[in-house]
Design a protein around this ligand. Structure first.
Ligand SMILES: Nc1ncnc2c1ncn2[C@@H]1O[C@H](COP(=O)(O)OP(=O)(O)OP(=O)(O)O)[C@@H](O)[C@H]1O
Ligand SMILES: [Mg+2]
Length: 421
C-alpha cells in the first residue's frame, strides 16, 4: 500500500509541466496549487503517518471518575473545534485537540481555509484492582492496555460522596496511589525477571550486539533494584544507549505519569484547602510526576451546557476556566512534545514533534519522503511571523532563517521545507 502510494506521488510529480520540474525542489505550502495538490494526495495516502499517534491512558481504581473525565475531555474537544476530525475510535478511545491560541492567529494572518490543531489520543482504561498483576479482575488485560499508551493519567479520588462506593471503603489518595503503582511495579518486575534470565544465556553473535546486551542487563538490574524499593523505572538514571535497549520492554513505570486529583465542585476554587489534593501533590513530586486538579463531575456537567452558559457556571464555582485545557496541555508537555507550524492559504497546522528533533526529522512527521529528500528548512519564530504578518514579509525583513540538517526545531517555529523527492 505504502509503495503504491509512493509511486503515485512520483507519477503526479512527473505529470507536472516541464517548467514545474523545479517542483522537486519546491517549497512546501508555497501556495502553488499544483504542488499543494500533490501534498494532498500524499496526506490522504499516508493518513496514519501524518501525525504521530500519541496516547494517554486514563487509569485508576474503579469508581474514581475515569470515564466521567474521559467523556468530558472528548465531548469538550468536539465543542471547542468543530473543524477538527474528532472521533471516538472505540467507545473508550477519543482524539482531542491540544488547545493552542497561536493557531487561530496564524490562520487569520495567512487567510487559511483550514486550521488543524495538534492532537492527543485519550484511552479510558477500566479500573485496576489490587492483584491485577496476578490476573485479578481483568487485570492482565488492563495492564496490557496500559503498555500501549505513551503516558499515564492516574485519576485519584479526592471527593467525598457516601453514595459513590470506594472499593477500599474510604477516600485515601496515598493508599489508592500505592495500590495502582504496586500493580504496575509487579508487572514490570515480572517482565524484567524473565528478560534478565534470557539475557544471562547471552545469545549475542557479534561484539556490537554483546555491548547492547550488556547495557540492557546492567540497566534492567538497576531498574529491578529501584522497583523492589517501590520506585518507578523512570526514576533510574540511564544512558542514551541503555534507554534505547530497554525501550522494547515498554515498561509501565517508565511511562511519564500525571496524577489527576479529582475533586468535588465545592473544592475547585481553592483546591489547596483539600488535604487530599495536598497529599497527591506531595506524592506526585516524590514519584517524578506531574499533577493536575480537576473536577470530572464539573467538566462533565459543563459539556451538557450551551457554550455561552459555561463561563457563568464556572464563575458561580469561583473559577474562570475549565480544567481540561490545562490537563491536555500538561499531558502534551509531560510527553516532551513540542509544536511547530506550517501556515499558508490552504491550511494552518500544528505538527507534533519530540523536543530535540532536527529539521529533517520534523519534516518526516509530515511525510517520510520529506525527511529523506530534505534540503533545507526556512523557519521563522512564531512571534516574528506575527510581527511581520506573513512568511513573505518575514523574508523581506530578514526574519526568515534558512536552516540545514542539523537545525534543532524550536517550540513555535513556523516552517517551510525544501526537499527533493
Ligand atoms: N469530582 C467528582 N465529584 C463527585 N462525583 C464524581 C466526581 N467524579 C466522578 N464522580 C462520580 O463518580 C462515579 C463514578 O465515576 P466513573 O464511572 O467515571 O468512574 P470510573 O473510574 O470510570 O469507574 P470504573 O472503573 O468502574 O469504570 C459517577 O457517579 C460519577 O458521576
Ligand atoms: Mg469507567
Amino acid at each position: 500500500m505504502a509503495r503504491a502510494a509512493c509511486s503515485s506521488v512520483v507519477t503526479a510529480m512527473a505529470l507536472l509541466p516541464s517548467k514545474s520540474l523545479l517542483c522537486r525542489n519546491q517549497l512546501l505550502f508555497s501556495g502553488n496549487s499544483k504542488f499543494v495538490g500533490v501534498l494532498t494526495l500524499q496526506k490522504r495516502c499516508f493518513s496514519s503517518k501524518v501525525s504521530m499517534s500519541l496516547k494517554a491512558g486514563i487509569v485508576g481504581l474503579p469508581n474514581v471518575g475515569k470515564s466521567t473525565l474521559f467523556n468530558a475531555v472528548v465531548e469538550n474537544g468536539k465543542a471547542q473545534a468543530a473543524n477538527f476530525p474528532f472521533c471516538t475510535i472505540e467507545p473508550n478511545v477519543g482524539i482531542v485537540a491540544v488547545p493552542d491560541s497561536r493557531l487561530q492567529v496564524l490562520s487569520k494572518l495567512s487567510g487559511s481555509q483550514k486550521t488543524v490543531p495538534a492532537s492527543i489520543e485519550f484511552v479510558d482504561i477500566a479500573g485496576l484492582v489490587k492483584g491485577a498483576s496476578q490476573g485479578e479482575g481483568l487485570g492482565n488485560k488492563f495492564l496490557s492496555h496500559i503498555r500501549e499508551v505513551d503516558s499515564i493519567l492516574q485519576v485519584v479520588r479526592c471527593f467525598e460522596d457516601n453514595d459513590i462506593i470506594h472499593v477500599n471503603g474510604k477516600v485515601d489518595p496515598k493508599s489508592d496511589i500505592d495500590v495502582i503503582n504496586l500493580e504496575l511495579i509487579f508487572c514490570d518486575l515480572d517482565q524484567i525477571g524473565k528478560r534478565i534470565e534470557r539475557l544471562k544465556k547471552g545469545k549475542a553473535k557479534d561484539s556490537q550486539s554483546k555491548v547492547k546486551e550488556e547495557a540492557e542487563k546492567s540497566a534492567l538490574e538497576r531498574i529491578q533494584e529501584a522497583l523492589l524499593e517501590g520506585k518507578p523505572a523512570r526514576s533510574v538514571a540511564l544512558s542514551d544507549l541503555e534507554m534505547e535497549v530497554v525501550k522494547h520492554l515498554c515498561l509501565l513505570t517508565m511511562k511519564p505519569m500525571i496524577y489527576v486529583a479529582n475533586v468535588a465542585e465545592t473544592d475547585l476554587a481553592e483546591p489547596e484547602k483539600n488535604a487530599y489534593v495536598e497529599e497527591v501533590k506531595g506524592l506526585s513530586s516524590d514519584l517524578q510526576s506531574g499533577h493536575v486538579v480537576v473536577s470530572a463531575q464539573v467538566e462533565s456537567e459543563l459539556t451538557e451546557l450551551p457554550l455561552e452558559e459555561r463561563t457563568e457556571y464556572l464563575n458561580s464555582l469561583g473559577v474562570s476556566e475549565s480544567g481540561l485545557g490545562n490537563l491536555i496541555r500538561a499531558t502534551y508537555s509531560l510527553l516532551g512534545l513540542q509544536t511547530y507550524f506550517t501556515s499558508g492559504e490552504k491550511e494552518t497546522r500544528a505538527w507534533t514533534i519530540h523536543a530535540g528533533m532536527t529539521a529533517p526529522q520534523a519534516a518526516g512527521v509530515i511525510h517520510s519522503d520529506f525527511e529523506k529528500g530534505f534540503i533545507r528548512a526556512e523557519t521563522v519564530a512564531y512571534e516574528d511571523f506575527v510581527t511581520a504578518g506573513s512568511i513573505a514579509a518575514a523574508r523581506e525583513k530578514g526574519l526568515l532563517r534558512s536552516e540545514g540538517k542539523e537545525y534543532i526545531v524550536k517550540e513555535g517555529d513556523v516552517m517551510l521545507f525544501r526537499f527533493n523527492v
